[in-house]
Design a binder for this molecule. Sequence first.
Ligand code: EPZ
Length: 423
Amino acid sequence: MDSIVVTGNGALSGDIPIAGAKNACLTLMPATLLSDEPLTLTNAPRLSDIRTMTALLQSLGAEVSALQDGQVLAMSSHDLNNLTADYDIVRKMRASILVLGPMLARAGQAVVSLPGGCAIGARPVDLHLKALEAMGADLELRDGYVHAKAPSGGLKGAVVEFPFVSVGATENALMAATLAKGTTVLKNAAREPEIVDLAQCLQKMGAQIEGEGTSTITIQGVDRLGGGTHRVVTDRIELGTYMLAPAVCGGEVTCLGGRIDLLEAFCEKLDQAGVSVEQTEKGLKVSRKGDRVRAVDVTTEPYPGFPTDLQAQMMALLCTAEGTSVLEEKIFENRFMHAPELIRMGASIDVHGGTATVTGVDRLKGAPVMATDLRASVSLILAGLAAEGETIVNRVYHLDRGYEHVVRKLENVGAKIERIKGE
Ligand code: EPZ
């Protein structure tokens, strides 16, 4: 397994390009199952998760061609010939469950392996299933698979009220509803920019959707959807991650294509901490106002609140802030696995349940650390950028799921970082 070696090397300076959003692309790709016409995605990120979703769609009979070094995905599911999403692929990536709604809506049936949990939590899919049942689907859980059947006349429009916000359940229900007979109303729907991006792509395909980006989304089912071309929205989590690099070690970096509206709650916290964020033509220009950031309290919430996917990275910054910060993780039950690794680097962190109290220290010291999940792995790299000496981040295959060319992007702004091939 490869590792990444980072050596604290002072201030950064230059531009970092931000890719298309992994979490938008992973729901835009299954949308191709809704139509027998071609759907092309541009600005697609080059990530292992995208390659996993490609393999899954191909296993169902869809054609997916990665063009222009993977930045364009030309897809067509004209010849769907297999309605079973196999455990072998699904177990690698829980977003695979997002083929369930589209397959059910288009083909009237689907067999999809339950995704199982992951490092950050049990991550059940009960809300996905309840939404599809509300639309008339008959679901049976057997041998670790969901066996789903739509009524003979197809799915029916329904009012679906989510007891709490779920990004994936909103996406599955939204896609299924585009071909359901009648009107579907999703209440307490997720409002993430990735949901808006999906809705806009579906609208290009002919879907009748209103209210995307608000808590209530209304969909008028149509008989069929066409194809189209859609540009994947900028990855706000990659954006926030790289904004923290100059915050952690000083200097000034512009994240190309960055927009403040994608990360308002996050930018407010950076402002409170003493990090300057300026919207320019090129993107978001970020620099630290003084020699040290100030402690801030953070609570993760569904959009437009502070994103859970930036909690680990923010903790890396707050480890050397002036004062004590309290981070509350309200979305996932086990998302502080980066804390023990940061403590190995000299951080002072106290974790109790979903709350981590971080007392800033002057400087972290490089150490060998272990990546445990995607966002934890990149928080360790951020910590290593400013730490004294060398940090070796092991098991960086986690990183490849969500960050393309992380070494090159950071090297280009002055970081001392390299990837070491493992056995
Ligand atoms: C999406 O996961 C993202 N993944 C996650 O990003 C992100 O952290 C999460 O949304 C929250 O923003 C993709 O988009 C591929 P949820 P998702 O359904 O849809 C519970 C990353 O690092 N829940 O909003 O799975 C669930 O366990 C990843 O890029 C149920 O109980 O998240 C969690 O505690 C990590 N039952 C909470 O709701 C359900 O049926 C929010 O989950 C569904 C979810």
